[in-house]
Every structure is written in structure tokens, then in C-alpha cells.
Ligand binder design. Sequence first.
Ligand code: DGL
Length: 279
Amino acid sequence: MSISQECDKNKLPIGVFDSGVGGLTVVREIMRQIPNERIVYFGDTARVPYGSKSRETVTKYSRQILRFLKAQGVKAIVVACNTASAYALEQLEEETDLPMLGVVKPGAKTAVQATHNGKIGVIATEGTIGSEIYTRYIEQLNRGMEVLGKACPLFVPLVEEGLLEDPVTDEIAQRYLSSLKDSGIDTLILGCTHYPLIRSTVKRVMGEGVTLVNPAYETARELKELLDQKQLLCEKRPSLGTNQYQFYVSDGAEKFQHFANSIFKYGILSAKQINIEEY
Ligand code: DGL
């Protein structure tokens, strides 16, 4: 490959996907840690939630999204959805030669580093908890850890409804988290990309003694490392203005845009609806 081709490759965007808006918490972190990179985001808003669907369905959806992102010419993929990372990542990695990263391994690693008493809680979708993927990765890192999982399926619709600071969310959080609170964990993984958006509610319920882990931070750090290893980091900020970040959804582009603008402090642009079934 010539030097100019290599440079052009560095300028290609990173593909990031999630079942909906949750992956924006990962995008936010990527923007912060590697601001020169372009991003193409896909949120599968027509088919959310993934958390209650089967492995086969989530893998089929993830494959379609991978094809869509590849068609956008991305240089790497971030699976910014815990459920898709749990169910489909290993399969997708076998099927593509693009560098690829999920959010579960980085989250597990951060939790193992953070815990003092070796008791780690995980809150996530039914799919992620049922797959026991966090337990598997944590045990690979340290066999002495105790991992307690709790599915919190109502958190996703509460976030999607924008009830980030609301008595209803507080009440549901009390119910979901009381057993984890009594279990003596000192570290809790926010194992669903929607959950960092209700971090303050979870913190209030769990108390100061429990460290909350948002896998997005470590994911963005590992992505930077991966791109660097593959010599794919973009050295200079592209002069594309708002086009540096492109957002696609499978439904409800306007609602998505509104939500995204409440997360990113500066105005994002626009989101385009596409037919993901075509991929
Ligand atoms: N973003 C998904 C995850 O991280 C949760 C939402 C869903 O159930 O699709 O698992």
C-alpha cells in the first residue's frame, strides 16, 4: 500500500452501533478521547430493545448493521451495545477483517481494577445477564471474584422516555437495586449503554461506598490503542464541520436527534433514516 493510500485509510470513519440511543454514551467518550476521528453511528431504533431478544435475532440484526457500516467505508467497528457484544461480537469478529471492539471486555477489566473486596455487581439487560458474559470475562481476569448480576429491563424505556431524573425512575431503581445493595458489592458495572444516563439515580440508591463503572471510558481508551496499533489513528482533525459525525437510524430520526442533542452539549446535526432490512 502506498503512503498516500495509508493516510487516506486513517481518515476513514469509525463505525459505531447500538440498538438505539444508548450507544451515544460511547460516542460521547470517543469524541472526547480521540477528537480527530470521524464517526458513523447507527442506532437500530426500529428494532430496539435487543435486550429481550434471542441470540439469533440479535446476531442477525448486528450482521445487517455491520454490512451497512462497511458500505459507509468505515475503518473499524465499535459494538456500543452490551447485548450485541454479549451475543454477536465473537461471531462478527470471525466474519470480518475490520478491527472490532465491544463494550463488555473493557467494562469487565475496569471493574476488576476498581474492586477492593472482590465483589462486583452487574446491571444490564436480560440478554446480557443471561449470557453471563461479564462473569466469564471477569473470571478470565481473576478467578477469585464474585459476580452478581441483575437484569433491569425497565431502565431502557425509562431512559428512552427521557425520565432521567424522575421519581418513577427512582422508585424502579430502589426495587431493582435493593438486593445488590444488601449483597456487599463495592463495584457496580453499568452493563447497558443506556444506564450511564441514569448514573446519578443509581449512585443515589447504591450509596457512596459503591464505585460505578461505565464501560464507555475504557472502550474509547482501548479503541485509541487499537487504532494506534493498526496505524489507523487520524493525526489531524478533519475540516468537515458537523459532517465529522454522521448519525443513521432505522426509525424516528427526529426523536433520535432530539435525544442526541440533549446528551451532546453542542448541537448535533441531523440523523438520517435508512432501511436496515436492505442490508
Ligand atoms: N443498548 C443496549 C445494551 O447495551 C440496551 C438496550 C436494548 O435492550 O436494546 O445492552
